[in-house]
Design a protein around this ligand. Structure first.
Ligand code: AMP
Length: 282
């Protein structure tokens, strides 16, 4: 496995792989790798001849009062984990390498798809995500790119961007990997103290309960959401940011549950903001 921090080095490797006729799989991440990231890496290694994982804490997707400066990093751990999955290249550029002084080009999706859920609470977030993913797709030229359902809105947005901009990579969305007690794995879970870690289970337990309600025949989105809000309010240190029930592909609000829907939550515990979701098809 090679660790590359510069664009010209990465491009030379990609050129050689393409010339040899190898397929390329790509997994973009912000590092501090856990089993969620590694599930994407394993899928890529299984389905492609050559796998590139990027580790880049992308400053332009963070808001001014967010956790850019304290985002967790573990270079040695990440390298060992990526290597153990059979990753061929870690691309780990500096901010300067990705956004040299005077950088001015941004890619943005318009409309409701970016204006709600996390896009509403984190203005500019998806502009930053879509811009960096576009740059990374141009650099890695993957045949397939892997994203987690954990960031459901991001996966929908990237899938749409790739389609609408006629990009080559097939965008693959992989299932959410959870801790044994249900908490969705996230690099940000490390911020939680013992009390917050325990309280954070309210996200997954509310979602599982909502899913069970739908499977038992409930079709009224308002009632499902009311149940979730009640659970979260009962957890005194949880501050609900949003709980939404939307069409899983268009992200439009749903009143009567039909087809594939997504129930998505963002909840804060102290200064730590966690997201989770569940997709249910009826
Ligand atoms: P991040 O490093 O948080 O930007 O995540 C990089 C990629 O890993 C994104 O596509 C995430 O959706 C995905 N990911 C993060 N956590 C999980 C998880 N628990 N299960 C599956 N995929 C995940």
């Amino acid at each position: 496995m090679r660790v590359i921090d510069n664009i010209s080095g990465l491009k030379a490797i990609i050129r050689a792989q393409k010339a040899a006729g190898r397929t390329i799989g790509f997994v973009p991440t912000m590092g501090y790798l856990h089993e969620g990231h590694l599930s994407l890496a394993r899928a890529s290694v299984a389905e492609n001849d050559f796998t590139v994982i990027s580790i880049f804490v992308n400053p332009i997707q963070f808001g001014v009062n967010e956790d850019l400066d304290k985002y967790p990093r573990d270079f040695a751990g990440d390298t060992a984990k990526a290597e153990s999955c059979g990753v061929d290249v870690i691309f780990m550029p500096s901010v300067q390498e990705m956004y040299p002084a005077g950088y001015s080009t941004y890619v943005e999706l318009s409309g409701e798809i970016t204006g709600k859920l996390c896009g509403k609470s984190r203005p500019g977030h998806f502009r930053g995500v879509v811009t960096v993913v576009t740059k990374l797709f141009n650099l890695v030229e993957p045949d397939k790119a892997y994203f987690g359902q954990k960031d459901a809105q991001q996966a929908v947005i990237i899938t749409r961007m790739a389609r609408e901009l006629n990009m080559n990579p097939e965008v693959v969305t992989c299932p959410i990997i959870r801790e044994p007690d249900g908490l969705a794995m996230s690099s940000r879970n490390v911020y939680l103290n013992t009390e917050e870690r325990k309280a954070a289970l309210v996200l997954s337990s509310s979602l599982f309960q909502a899913e069970a309600g739908i499977r038992a025949g409930e079709r009224n989105a308002e009632r499902i959401l009311a149940g979730i809000v009640k659970n979260i309010k009962e957890e005194s240190i949880a501050q609900l940011e949003y709980a939404s029930l939307v069409n899983a592909e268009t992200l439009e609000d749903v009143k009567l549950i039909k087809g594939k829907v997504l129930i998505a939550l963002a909840v804060k515990f102290g200064r730590t903001r966690l997201i989770d979701n569940i997709a249910v098809e009826v």
